[in-house]
Design a protein around this ligand. Structure first.
Ligand SMILES: Cc1cc2nc3c(=O)[nH]c(=O)nc-3n(C[C@H](O)[C@H](O)[C@H](O)COP(=O)(O)OP(=O)(O)OC[C@H]3O[C@@H](n4cnc5c(N)ncnc54)[C@H](O)[C@@H]3O)c2cc1C
Length: 389
């Protein structure tokens, strides 16, 4: 386990790299609508991706939280999310389910920031129910031919490869259809349509067509396990998203606090108007709980509940809805200026944050996971409740 000093040094190093190498790329990336590969390359070259993934099967979750939070806090919007996508679900899947020289080589390059990967799971026909994907993987020679369409592929137009969820049809398993997750190179992907979006312009999200012949080694895990592999990878995306949303909320609250200090109305700084001060305090109080929860869960502090897919879903959905509220309230505290595009970053943050309730699985999909763990206490019910159901 890392010492407090080591983690503090890691945060300082990450902050410096993000400030000097990533933030300067952001404005142009938003304007052009293109994720800057140099951003992820900078994280890799600085050793930050490797350090995040050092240690056990999940790497170092506290470093993951620190990186995600610092990226979001820097104000790098879609670029921050793109870096986290390239670092979290991609590495998680390759590390756990790669295990052959070809995939290991790709993993090594990702850890150094020399290759950029993306996830291609959602399709035009659906994103919540991934068991219904129509992209096919058919045996061809010793490998696979992957064909289909993937909607909403973030980083798709600029990535070196995609992890593609596809339906495998093999002689051994003709029915029911099974899923596999395949590593498909950019040469087998084409942009059908760049997708114009409400926010996150720099995330390079596109509708992607896939037609690729890949070797047998491109399959992560085994045929039929695609949904398991993809779901495992998505839990890393979701937990990092919770940390990222905490970072975004922190930035919004810090900006709003500064504004309430500086702006005067009715003869007093806005911060001295109790209605605003206490609303900001309420948001800050709830953010404290979220941040402590995320860090505590990542550190696996003694006595904390185990962190499984359900708990991660709970963090993600709660953080997404909370961050949306925080950014909306903080934008409001800037008055009319908060609504302008050129005078504060709040309007853009407000547009960007909305996507958190969908990306990596929507609120309802997260709540379904949480609902699966609801446990009745019939003994207490029978003892304390005197109603006839
Ligand atoms: C900007 C952006 C980037 C994205 N990037 C990626 C990416 O990189 N890779 C990728 O694979 N996907 C990506 N996505 C897709 C995203 O994961 C999906 O949009 C999301 O999972 C929802 O799927 P859907 O859009 O098909 O909506 P649907 O599945 O059609 O759902 C529509 C609505 O119904 C609700 N719903 C669905 N099922 C249930 C249920 N059982 N009970 C109650 N409510 C339900 C949903 O929550 C939603 O509100 C991205 C999306 C966006 C907008």
């Amino acid at each position: 386990m890392s010492t407090t000093q080591e983690l503090s040094d890691f945060r300082e190093h990450a902050r410096t790299v993000i400030r000097e190498r990533i933030v300067p790329l952001f404005a142009e990336a938003e304007l052009s609508g293109t994720f800057p590969r140099a951003a992820f390359a900078a994280l890799g070259a600085a050793g930050l991706v490797r350090q995040r993934w050092q240690g056990g099967p999940g790497g170092d979750p506290v470093r993951s939280v620190i990186l995600a939070e610092e990226l979001a806090r820097s104000g790098a919007g879609g670029v921050a999310i793109g870096c986290t996508l390239a670092m979290e679900p991609i590495v998680a899947a390759l590390r756990r389910h790669g295990g052959n020289p070809q995939l290991d080589d790709i993993l090594e390059q990702v850890l150094d920031g020399r290759q950029l990967g993306c996830i291609a799971a959602s399709e035009p026909t659906g994103g919540s129910d991934l068991s219904g994907v129509r992209t096919t993987a058919r045996r061809e020679g010793g490998g696979w031919r992957i064909r289909g369409e993937k909607k909403f592929v973030s980083l798709g137009p600029v990535a070196d490869f995609a992890l593609v969820l596809a339906r495998t049809a093999t002689e051994e398993h003709p029915a029911p259809p099974q899923l596999g997750l395949f590593c498909v190179p950019a040469s087998g992907m084409r942009v059908i349509k760049p997708l114009r979006r409400l926010g996150l312009s720099s995330l390079s999200t596109a509708w992607i067509g896939i037609d690729a012949s890949v070797p047998a080694t491109a399959l992560l895990g085994r045929p039929g396990l695609g949904l398991v592999v993809a779901t495992h990878a998505l839990t890393f995306e979701r937990f990092a998203a919770a940390a990222q949303l905490a970072g975004l909320s922190l930035r919004a609250i810090e900006l709003a606090t500064a504004h309430l200090h500086r702006r005067t109305q009715f003869g007093r700084p806005l911060l001295e108007h109790q209605a605003l001060r206490l609303r900001l305090a309420d948001l800050a109080a709830r953010l404290t709980v979220l941040r402590h929860g995320v860090y505590g869960a990542a550190a696996g502090a003694p006595g904390t509940p185990a962190l499984g897919a359900r708990e991660i879903a709970a963090f993600k959905v709660t953080a997404a809805r909370f961050a949306e509220e925080v950014v909306g309230e903080c934008m409001h505290m800037f008055g009319g200026m908060g609504y302008l595009e050129d005078e504060t970053p709040l309007a853009r943050m407000y547009r960007d944050v909305r996507m958190a309730r969908l990306g990596g699985g929507s609120d309802e999909v997260m709540w379904e996971l949480v609902a699966g763990g609801l446990t009745p206490d019939f003994a207490a019910y029978d003892a304390d409740v005197a109603v006839t159901p």
